[in-house]
Design a protein around this ligand. Structure first.
Ligand SMILES: [Zn+2]
Ligand SMILES: [Zn+2]
Length: 110
């Protein structure tokens, strides 16, 4: 009765991981492990709930439902004040118009 037939599905066992966001333990099932392996992904760092939350946040940002933090800048090309959705790391920062114009010039196919 303990003569269990081992298949390749028995290779992977459910793993308990700790979510980096909420510090809760969550189960990374063997089925998910297989899926991750097939996709060449590394093991998840967040539980399903936190991943869903993250995804919802990203989707909301993308759809404009959540206002993105904007940073005031002075365009280094035209000198006009503008806003960018990222923290400028250098002095060379372009307003939206100049950025679009520059990108269009660099990549005419875009
Ligand atoms: Zn979590
Ligand atoms: Zn400009």
């Amino acid at each position: 009765m303990s003569n269990k037939q081992y298949t390749k599905d028995d290779m992977a066992e459910d793993q308990t991981l700790t979510c980096r966001d909420c510090n809760e333990n969550f189960v990374w099932s063997s089925g998910e492990q297989e899926f991750y392996a097939q996709k060449g992904l590394s093991q998840p760092t967040r539980c399903k709930a936190c991943r869903a939350k993250k995804k919802a946040m990203r989707d909301a940002e993308r759809s404009g439902a959540v206002e993105r933090k904007m940073y005031d800048i002075t365009c280094s090309n035209c000198g006009n004040p503008g806003q960018v959705p990222f923290e400028p790391k250098t002095d060379t920062v372009l307003c939206r118009e100049c950025f679009m114009a520059q990108r269009a010039a660099q990549d005419p196919q875009a």
